[in-house]
Design a protein around this ligand. Structure first.
Ligand SMILES: NC(=O)c1ccc[n+]([C@@H]2O[C@H](COP(=O)([O-])OP(=O)(O)OC[C@H]3O[C@@H](n4cnc5c(N)ncnc54)[C@H](O)[C@@H]3O)[C@@H](O)[C@H]2O)c1
Ligand SMILES: O=C(O)C(=O)C[C@@H](O)[C@H](O)[C@H](O)COP(=O)(O)O
Ligand SMILES: [Zn+2]
Length: 370
């Protein structure tokens, strides 16, 4: 819903045990204090690169009477480790954080995933507000309550569901986001287009350069549409518990992630998440085509849309065995049965279980062809 009284701020509701809003607008950082309400201790987690934003958020919290502790965490995936979480727990313990206190994550998806994990685990759960600063975190990571850290065995293997009490997306922050990270965020935006909102695909196809411009109204529309997709899917299946047979619940949001997460691990997290998901979506499109469930037009559209944004659409030909081993630990896998979210049409998905080696090889061969 857009609130005309609030200067073009859009509020998108998420139905959780305690429903919350995603605030989307420009110059909206002060809303963090509104979300937190009565004064308390607040830990603001942020990477050094975003200290200016963290200081602004902290100042507005202090102005509202909160007692703020800032915690500088490593940048990007280096934040998502048990060692970093333990360092944050130590700060909270030493500062006397109780169950009435709160954690605020200011940063990209890596920071909000870590902040969520720390908030979920400290005293078995304190309030969390996410302040996503990257496109990817605004449209995906900061919304929906999935928190997590990585282990040597793979991506997000340790984590809990812990919904934020609010999400504040200040679009002005995208002005400083490096273009490579903006592009990676569009990987998740395009995912939302394929799984639920084809208008997103049309907007990107019509003006890919506007999608890559942080000041453009097109990008704002893409953000709002993507957040709506995420909010709708999450609200219907908060704990990713309702995929049954071929029915797809929250696992829908994992489109492209089965192979994508394996690529991230294989690349030692030097690839951006959104880049790996881009390759992962092309792979599942090829898998669905090879399995005879997806027509050529929709399958080909994956490569075309992602390629028009400069996202990767091919991968190393010799990697399949290694990737299959890593996918064995994907959260959708049951026993030794690999399960993939595939499309049978635009905005229509099903689960493809236990694909044969031949099917996997066929899809992978198509992915490695330039
Ligand atoms: N929990 C979820 O539901 C969910 C969903 C999608 C992705 N994720 C996770 O999110 C992570 C990826 O998030 P990401 O792409 O935001 O990566 P990121 O957090 O690593 O941020 C990318 C880079 O952008 C910088 N940055 C962020 N905002 C900036 C700004 N406004 N100005 C300048 N620099 C800025 C960061 O410092 C970092 O160097 C992955 O770990 C992924 O697994 C989680
Ligand atoms: O919110 C979800 O559910 C998602 O799957 C969104 C994904 O974009 C995100 O990368 C998520 O962190 C992946 O989750 P995982 O359960 O596969 O670790
Ligand atoms: Zn993702």
């Amino acid at each position: 819903m857009t609130d005309p009284e609030s200067g073009g701020v859009t509020l998108i509701g998420v139905a959780a045990e305690r429903p919350y809003d995603v605030v989307v607008g420009r110059g909206v950082l002060a809303r963090v204090a509104d979300v937190l309400g009565a004064p308390r201790r607040v830990a603001v987690l942020h990477p050094a690169a975003l200290i200016d934003v963290a200081v602004r958020v902290s100042a507005s919290l202090e102005h509202a009477g909160h007692e703020v502790v800032r915690i500088d965490v490593p940048d990007a995936e280096a934040a998502k480790t048990v060692e970093v979480a333990a360092r944050c727990w130590a700060v909270l313990g030493n500062a006397g954080f109780t169950r009435s206190d709160a954690v605020v994550g200011v940063g990209g998806g890596s920071t909000t995933d870590l902040a969520g994990f720390v908030a979920a685990t400290w005293l078995r759960g304190v309030a969390l507000v996410t302040v996503p600063t990257s496109l990817l975190a605004m449209v995906d990571a900061a919304v929906g309550g999935k928190t997590g850290i990585n282990t040597a065995e793979g991506k997000n293997l340790v984590g809990v569901f812990h919904e934020p009490v609010g999400v504040v997306c200040d679009l002005d922050l995208l002005a400083t986001l490096p273009p490579v990270d903006l592009r990676a965020g569009l990987g998740e935006v395009v995912k939302c287009g394929f799984i639920a909102d084809p208008r997103i695909l049309e907007l990107v196809e019509q003006e890919p350069e506007a999608a890559l411009d942080p000041a453009s109204p097109v990008l704002r529309e893409l953000v709002e549409r993507s957040v709506r997709v995420k909010a709708r899917v999450v609200s219907a299946d908060l704990r990713e518990a309702t995929s049954e047979g071929r029915q797809v619940g929250r696992e829908l949001l994992n489109y492209g992630h089965t192979l994508g997460h394996a690529v991230e691990r294989r690349e030692r997290f030097r690839w951006r998440h959104g880049e790996a998901v881009s390759v992962g979506m092309v792979f599942v499109a090829e898998l669905a085509r090879a399995a005879g469930v997806l027509d050529d037009a929709v399958a080909d559209r994956h490569r075309a849309v992602l390629g028009s944004l400069g996202l990767p659409t091919t991968y190393a030909p010799d990697a399949l065995e290694d990737l299959v081993a890593t996918m064995g630990l994907d959260k959708k896998t049951r026993g030794s049965t690999l399960r993939f979210v595939v499309l049978n049409d635009l905005a229509s998905a099903e689960i493809l279980s236990a694909p044969s080696d031949e099917l996997l090889r066929t899809a992978f061969a198509a992915l490695t062809r330039v």
